[in-house]
Design a protein around this ligand. Sequence first.
Ligand code: B12
Ligand code: SF4
Length: 576
Amino acid sequence: MEVHPKGSRARVLLTSVFGPYAQDDEFGSRAINPMELYHNQVTRAQGGFSLRMFHRSWGIMMIQQNISAPCTVLDFPTREDFAREITENDYDVIGITAIIVNLGKVREMCRMVRKLSPNSAIVIGGHVAATPGLDHMIDADHIVRGEGISWMRQYLGEDPEKPIRHPNIVSGLKTRIMGIELPEKKGGTAATIIPSVGCPMGCNFCTTSAFFGGKGKFTNFYETGAELYKVMCQAEKALGVQTFFVMDENFLLHKKRALELLDLMKAGNKAWGMAVFASANAIRQYKPEELVELGVSWIWMGLESPRSSYVKLKGTDSHALTHELREHGIRVQGSTIIGLEHHTPDNIREEIEYAVEHNTDFHQFMLYTPVPGTPLHKQISEEGRMLEGIDYADIHGQDKFNFRHAAISRDDSKRFLDWAFWRDFERNGPSLARMCQTMLQGWRRYKNYPDLRVRERFERENTKLRTAYSAALWAAEHYFEKINKDVSRQIRELRREIAKEFGVTARVAANVVGPVLLWATRREDRRLARGVTYEPPTILERRNWETGKRAPQRETATAGSRFSPLASGATAAAND
Ligand code: B12
Ligand code: SF4
């Protein structure tokens, strides 16, 4: 493999694609595809109750942490920010991370680099690299498919096998719900931990699995529970966290590692909480008490469809599993696919109804979408069913089909998808209220549990039940009076149960702060109706920079920067 002539002395910029994102533009931003996990694909029909937050570009953070070259990470720049950064500094290597929807932006950024920083080598990584024929669509020097840390280390002449150093990552930023932006205090947000990339289950539509080798393959950064424990202790110390967002496509599948971690948590007296992704077959390997002891407080699980034949769901009654997990205080985020091959206009409503009946705390709906690089894309292409002329920017599963479905038209695919989101909200109420119900159930079951760590975690997590969440429930109850009286009544009962459990504090919080939250939620609804959108802050972080720092060598391309560059590890977040 080619090694950069400057090796580890090369100055490297790693950047995500430019925003703003939540708008329609010629570079591929789409209003329907904002840079927000929950609002984009989970709670988008929940109006002011939608959970809004941003997540950093973890892939490039991981790479930055694991090379010894002077390296800048530029996250969520505007075009002007990007132009300024590559003009004010001499970068030898400019790495751009992107997924397929953002191909148009990658093309534009390559064009800008050739013009503003012609001596830089351009490296493209992330899922966009799976696009067939990408090398003819953009002007880049290297297109990297799959795992990027080892690639970049090799490219810089470093040892690709060195142990992986984990960056300290605050999982979400600028969280907003019910019209209020939550204060960001140290330790208040979970830390993201990335134990692996890829997933060996190899579901036919899954891009993450396909990108890192497909069925049976994945890359483990931390093989053992002990390695993971060390990384978590490091994050606990640096970020002051007790909760972790474990970004592993199927964390519970690796039971030996999870149980070793549990032993160490017990020995170290760690009352940690964990949000994980896991398939049903992986979850069923554990007793609920084992999951609770491991700190699992949130599981993202694929439900797909009652008639799908995915191995991960074989033999699972997903309704019963969801119910059981919630009874143990584990919040469930379900994920259902709309537009599977067997769906028809006649059965789809019934299938959506079945999905909604799970009454998960959160529910993601996505269109069945053949994405380049997956077995599904190969199959549908061979069958001649891929639609021509669909912009890559529109292949994100939240708009319309990108293939010819046997029974459902493109326009109907969107109508059914939108209906699924709406129906889940109308029938089950705001996710926030469902979450409170799960938390209360968990508290009642585990408040006297023999393992002190478990009691401590529930105590910690449930502090909010008696304060902010009681107020939020008061607001939700009154908000839903006009939408669904039944849901409103259920929320009132839940609020009363919480008050019974936690006494006067919960009642006062509900009655005093509740009306304020109701007002703020309605105000947020009006803002959203006016078309207000949210954008992530631009962030710039430098590492090993002292050796690579240079005085600006060219004129800046644009006036005024919206971020302030800070040295290693510091975060500048100054949008607007
Ligand atoms: C966090 C996340 C997000 C965040 C994005 C935050 C951000 N800053 O971009 C949010 C929630 C906003 C998001 C949104 C969307 N996402 Co998303 N997201 C993820 C998720 C869950 C984790 C990504 C991650 O950090 N993984 C861990 C890191 C370490 O892995 P990685 O990013 O792949 O990086 C590795 C390599 O790819 C490579 N690499 C990455 N970048 C670079 C750069 C260089 C230079 C090099 C050399 C190598 C390299 O090296 C890294 C280490 O090995 C993935 C699923 C997953 N498990 O990966 C989906 C995923 C990336 N998202 C996906 C999609 C489709 C979307 C949405 C379109 C969703 C939608 N409509 O519902 C939107 C698009 C938003 C937008 N406007 O761009 C798809 C991408 C599909 C594809 N083939 O392009 C994925 C794979 C999920 C899936 N299976 O469908 N997402
Ligand atoms: S179990 Fe989930 S992450 Fe794994 S291949 Fe299937 S869809 Fe992808």
